[in-house]
Design a binder for this molecule. Structure first.
Ligand code: ATP
Length: 304
């Protein structure tokens, strides 16, 4: 059994010699919120358009729900909801009226309109013309449209782009509840690590068209564990004692610093110090921020 809702193999798309998506192997598990992260121009939108059949790949393969996207495009797309670039609406029509147009195309029951408006918390604005909506409300209506057909996979391209902080939080909280409450797998792209960090269960990082990281958010977070700092009553003596046993720490001010130590190593270091009657005042872990790891990985600082 294939456990991936989305799986691409060496997916590649070139624009006149510029490789926008380069041999990308996406693997998105059922029930995941997959954060697709990359600086501007990294290839996120292009990859998403390939998944949605809005663009044709040059080479590689796409499987969605275990089906070959080339052969079963319609069967797949019937189960996919998406929000790519700013959604367009009839401004003079209300939220409900806009959704009605879509509902008749998708042939879902009328009641579904109320349901999706409630999911995105737009019930109260349901009968107001969309032209008076804030950007955040329009984005939520876009997500409501994407959810209308009861999709198994929801693809959202930079859904928080251009929103103010409270709008960003609203969209994030909305996305977070979708897999558990409605059984949807979500692919959400962003150029902001902090945003992905707060909602994704899995992360794919794309840089210059190539997927340079793909794993759970925990694995990414673990990369941020970096230094252990130990403060003792006598850092010079402590360092000497530790060095004799092969622990090569650096003295920084009043502390000795070790790179990437496991819990057991830290315990052994502290034990050794105590055995030598050196008082240990403090053991601290200094985390490299995820942001700095992301920057290192993508080396595209100017776009962040
Ligand atoms: N239709 C197109 N014709 C030519 N080049 C394109 C086209 N669409 C995208 N590109 C190029 O492909 C690369 C990837 O763009 P893409 O829009 O996929 O990136 P992105 O990660 O989604 O960034 P952004 O967040 O800025 O949209 C860029 O260099 C872009 O200029």
């Amino acid at each position: 059994m294939n456990e991936f809702v989305v799986e691409t193999t060496n997916l590649t798309k070139k624009f006149k010699g510029n490789t926008a998506v380069n041999q990308v192997n996406l693997q998105i598990r059922k029930g995941a919120i997959y954060g697709f992260l990359g600086p501007n121009g990294a290839g996120k939108t292009t990859a998403i358009k390939l998944l949605l059949g809005l663009m044709k790949e040059d080479s590689g393969m796409i499987r969605i729900f275990g089906k070959d996207a080339k052969k079963e495009k319609l069967a797949i797309l019937r189960r996919v909801g998406s929000l790519v670039e700013s959604p367009s609406y009839y401004g003079n029509l209300t939220a409900t009226e806009n959704l009605k147009l879509l509902q008749s195309i998708l042939q879902v029951p009328k009641e579904r309109i109320k349901e999706v408006l409630s999911i995105v918390r737009l019930e109260e604005a349901a009968n107001r013309p969309v032209k008076g909506f804030s950007l955040g409300m329009k984005q939520r209506l876009g997500i409501a449209s994407a959810l209308l057909g009861n999709p198994d996979l929801l693809i959202l391209d930079e859904p928080t782009n251009g929103l103010d902080p409270s709008g960003i939080i609203e969209i994030r909280e909305l996305i977070k509840q979708l897999p558990e409450k409605y059984g949807v797998t979500v692919l959400v792209s962003s150029h902001l690590l902090s945003e992905i960090d707060q909602m994704a269960t899995e992360v794919g990082i794309i840089s210059k068209g190539s997927l340079i990281f793909q794993d759970s958010i925990e694995v990414l977070r673990k990369k941020s564990v970096n230094k252990i700092k130990i403060k003792t009553e006598n850092e010079g003596y402590a360092r000497k004692v530790l060095q004799e046993k092969g622990w090569m720490g650096e003295v920084e001010g009043e502390t000795i610093t070790f790179n990437k130590s496991t819990d057991n190593e830290v315990a052994a270091i502290v034990r050794l110090l105590v055995q030598h009657n050196i008082a240990v005042y403090r053991v601290e872990e200094e985390k490299r921020s995820l942001e700095s790891i992301f920057l290192e990985m993508t080396k595209e600082e100017q776009s962040l």
